[in-house]
Design a protein around this ligand. Sequence first.
Ligand code: SF4
Length: 438
Amino acid sequence: MRVNLISPRSPVTVVTRREKAIQFSRLSLMTVAALFPADTNIRLINDSLEGIDFDEKVDMVGITTLTSTAPRAYEIADRYRERGIPVILGGIHPSALPEEASLHADAVVIGEAEGLMERLLSDFRGGKLQKIYKSDERPNLANLPLPRKDLLSGNKFYREMDLVQTTRGCPFGCDFCSVSDFFGRTYRTRPVEDVIREVKLLKNRRIIFFVDDNIAGRPDYAKQLFKALIPLKVHWFGQASIIIAKNRELLRLAAKSGCIGLFIGFESLSPEGLKQVHKTVNRVNDYDEGIRKIHDSGIGIIGAFIFGFDSDNEGVFENTVDFIERNRIELASFSILTPLPGTRLYKQFDEQGRIFERDWAKYTCGEVVFKPAILSIDQLQDGYYWARKQISSYGSIFRRTARLNKIALLSLPVNLVMRKASRASLKDIKTSMFDKTT
Ligand code: SF4
């Protein structure tokens, strides 16, 4: 059987050098690929980087999609289906809106694929695919087949990156986040020995990216994992909530196990903003001290911030940039609050009649799709661009990374790459705020 597994083109992918594009969605496709029988001829296709040959003879196509890539996913699906090739859609968006997705698919997989693929493949062979596949039980993460990383070798469109998943889900339930909806309000862990076995099999093992939504969601598990990583002498990045800074032992073990950077969702400097979206795990008053403790342990920070909370006014952009520079946060990422389908925020904004845009391609977290409370739509959009431009200036990069330590030195080239990508995507944008400051 020949199968193409496709990640659709993102409306915001900035590919400065084709072979250098970072495509995180690959891990989900490699994970799904591992659920097919070993003799299946599988090809991974990265639609952002390579063309799709719709005339290629394949028996089945699988497409994973987020909300912003859904229109492109549907376009690809429709073109294959016109040729009589069955298409399976899965991922976060089809799981949130299965009826919509099923208009473009022979079958839709809701939620995680493990525990469903066997039935789906048996139905496919018998010529009786169901429209929807959904399991009421969350898969146990023990003994999962390892992602088919071998499918990357020889594929010039994919840059190999050591992505590993150790947990699924998050113990928290922020209103804007799709994680709890997709994985349920559960936090499941893979056995530490399974993770270590996978890490040992990685080809490069230079820098690992743990793709978990919150690697320290269960401190006892995280401690075991970090202890087991120490002898492997790896370097790694991961995502965690700021409360990791309150657990000195956990932080010490993270650093000792090779952690060089944590992606942390600060989201807002406004307690009211955090309260609005039930990000109860964050305490604004603890941010400065938490950042200092993480830095003191030798770990860098990639800080994520969201604009557009109901309490945000015109000052939010400058305050946030000042905060990032004052605390020397090595890398910063900005988003516009986006009511993604399936989340509680979507339901709330929908009921309040605040969503004015339903073109999913605009749900990139970089475009305003709802009516803000205090800011105007233009102020929110302009302010977001302004903050991105400020943080990618040489002055800001210097202020945040001018230190003679390992993290600062490592983050400098990444900042410069991000500056290039950011400036490329902002090149044609002219806003009133830019005119004032540049
Ligand atoms: S803490 Fe992070 S991963 Fe967890 S629900 Fe909130 S935003 Fe999502």
